[in-house]
Write a protein that binds this ligand. Structure first.
Ligand code: CA
Length: 249
């Protein structure tokens, strides 16, 4: 039974894929799970839809007409309204994923085609669970603090936990979700070396297809966003063969 009034309560998923059979299949299974699904086969249209009405999650194919998925991903991440929307990337080319391009661009998870729809639904659920958990933790935290925002301020960097925002020298820097979590963990443990394995475990946890190289890639991107000279980083130091630490000057 469809109840349109309930629609606003359902999580909204934007499926961007030009193969109609796949869109139909994904839509059918996600709707069965209670999600509200919008489909489009065009990258440019996907961006317009996402900006007009930011979805709760995006399932994004890489090979698309007009604008490919990598560009769509990059633009979603660099726009304020959609910077934190979780993205699950689909790709027929394994090499693309080997380069973890999706992850470098801030995707939250990826799947190689052909994939099982059952697994896709499981991954979508896992992403929502993770985000819900974080939201709840933040609300609880905010309550405990009498709604005062928790702020971490070290050197020239200010990190706002609840707002998921980072300012460097008074300037807002748009980080992906994973980059934010990395920086948060490093700043909370200022001066301590965090191993790659620990970072991988704390931030990626259950995810498959990631290894310590994923950590390095994210650190590289994070440095590009917060360091004045990413080649000789001032905030995030590499401890060769071990991991990374945040240094306070
Ligand atoms: Ca395609």
């Amino acid at each position: 039974m469809k109840n349109p009034e309930n629609n606003s309560l359902k999580s909204h998923i934007l499926v961007v894929e030009d193969e109609e059979d796949i869109v139909r299949l994904i839509t059918f299974h996600l709707e069965k799970e209670g999600y509200r699904v919008t489909g489009t086969g065009n990258g440019r249209e996907a961006l317009e839809l996402a900006h007009a009405n930011p979805p709760d999650l995006v399932v994004l194919d890489i090979m698309l007409p007009e604008m490919d998925g990598l560009e769509v991903c990059r633009r979603l991440r660099s726009s304020k309204e959609t910077a934190n929307v979780p993205i699950l990337v689909l790709s027929a080319k394994k090499e693309e994923l080997d380069k973890v391009l999706g992850l470098e661009l801030g995707a939250d998870d990826y799947m190689v085609k052909p994939f099982s729809v059952r697994e896709l639904v499981a991954r979508v659920r896992a992403i929502f669970r993770r985000f819900d958990r974080e939201d709840n933790a933040e609300t609880e935290e905010a309550k405990k603090n009498g709604m005062e925002e928790r702020i971490l301020s070290l050197s020239d960097i200010i990190l706002y936990h609840e707002r998921h925002q980072v300012m460097v020298n008074g300037e807002l820097r748009i980080l992906t979700h994973k980059e934010f979590l990395l920086l948060e963990l490093l700043m909370e443990n200022v001066g301590k070396v965090l191993t790659r394995d620990l970072l991988l475990d704390k931030i990626w946890g259950y995810e498959v297809g990631v290894d310590t190289r994923t950590v390095d890639v994210h650190i590289r991107y994070l440095r590009q966003k917060i360091e004045t000279d990413p080649a000789s980083p001032r905030y995030i130091e590499t401890v060769r063969g071990v991991g990374y630490k945040f240094v306070k000057d």
